[in-house]
Design a protein around this ligand. Structure first.
Ligand SMILES: Cc1ncc(COP(=O)(O)O)c(C=O)c1O
Length: 367
């Protein structure tokens, strides 16, 4: 079987370093918020180019912790994309806000910033741009449109290391929310997440809130929950962070190779705008037609391809009703949900495997 994503080759590539890091944590006897979490928070923040990092339990919690700081009241609006993983909405819903959707650019699959001005109301309190599939939204342009008072929380779950005009995703808005879910460009071997920010006060509040609002053993100063980055995962992430640029560079090389191999009249890969450095978290493309038949055909050839995302959020009626949100007609998002496909892709994939995938697609379309 050719898998959409295979995580074992990456573990094998860095096995000695990872195993050693795990052993050190196990032997230290310190498993919660110890030296690896502190070091990783600093190292990751430095990598992104911001001052503070706050490790939490997941990317969903990273978004939620950042949005919690926006002081949202029921009915307050958060502008985002309808075309993203469900957790983007889980976090918005958790803080009680109402999502407002922009449609997408049909080629980059990112939210269409030409629609942003028209979506702003006096209830708009935050914007959550999602750097989808490793591609990056121009957050500086968002700032120019919305001004200084609306908070920008970047959803960077799929964009570790991606850049716009040299600045990393996560360093452009007020907060950057990262996930370390195992399949991510920087993936743990379990759950993990982190918020980056230049706001020292905000980082301090988040560090208290992630641990029940506690500042010392018996002193609680704010509302809080339990959402801590695990010490073991932090140790693993410190190892993998050292290799992230190499893995991202390989993803870029492989994406360029796929673009050469695939039949361009039927398969149009995600477009990356000038000035943007994508990290190709997933290799997604739109196909000319018969997408679901193609998926079945590939499966019959033992090739796993996926659909991200088969239904835009604006069409999830139950969820939308729970938000009290309108279900706008978003034609590009709906088009993409019927035409998009994610092909087998990860840094260690063999070029021969990609050739097999491309040949099968050529055969399906008769080219
Ligand atoms: C765009 C996006 N946002 C948020 C998340 C949430 O991350 P996690 O699964 O770590 O909660 C994910 C990952 O699934 C994601 O892809």
């Amino acid at each position: 079987m050719i898998w959409r994503c295979d995580l074992v080759p990456q573990y094998q590539a860095y096995k000695a370093e990872i195993d050693e890091a795990i052993q050190q944590v196990l032997m230290s006897g310190r498993y919660i918020l110890a030296e690896n979490v502190t070091a990783f928070e600093q190292e990751f923040a430095q990598y992104i180019g911001v001052q503070h990092g706050v490790g939490v339990n997941s990317g969903t919690d990273a978004l939620m912790m950042a949005l919690w700081l926006c002081n949202l009241q029921p009915g307050d609006e958060v502008i985002t994309t309808p075309f993203t993983a469900i957790p983007t909405f889980s976090a918005i819903r958790h803080v009680g806000a109402k999502p407002v959707f922009l449609d997408l650019e049909p080629d980059t699959f990112l939210m269409n910033l030409d629609q942003l001005q028209g979506a702003l109301t006096e209830r708009t309190k935050a914007i959550v741009p999602v750097h989808l599939f490793g591609n990056a939204v121009d957050v500086q342009r968002i700032r120019e449109i919305v001004g200084p008072d609306i908070l920008i929380v970047e959803d960077c779950a799929q964009s570790h290391g991606a850049k716009v005009r040299g600045t990393m995703t996560g360093a452009m808005g007020d907060f950057g929310a990262f996930s370390f879910y195992p399949t991510k460009n920087l993936g743990a071997y379990g759950d993990g997440g982190l918020v980056v920010t230049n706001d020292a006060k905000a980082a301090d509040i988040m560090k208290k809130r992630r641990m029940y609002g506690m500042i010392s053993k018996d002193e609680f100063v704010t509302d809080g929950i339990n959402t801590r980055l695990d010490e073991l995962q932090a140790a693993i992430l410190r190892v993998k962070l050292r290799h992230l640029d190499t893995m991202n560079a390989r993803r870029r090389e492989l994406a360029a190779i796929y673009a050469e191999l695939l039949p361009t009249e039927h398969v149009r890969p995600q477009v990356v705008r000038d000035g943007v450095e994508s990290v190709w978290h997933v290799y997604c493309a739109t196909v000319s037609g018969r997408r679901d038949e193609l998926l079945q055909f590939l499966e019959s050839r033992h090739i796993q391809a996926n659909v991200y995302y088969p239904m835009p959020m604006s069409k999830q009626r139950g969820y939308m009703a729970a938000f009290g949100a309108d279900a706008p007609h978003l034609p590009v998002a709906e088009y993409l949900s019927h035409h998009i496909i994610a092909l087998p892709f990860y840094p260690e994939i063999e070029i021969a495997t990609m050739q097999t995938v491309a040949q099968a697609i050529c055969e399906f379309y008769g080219v």
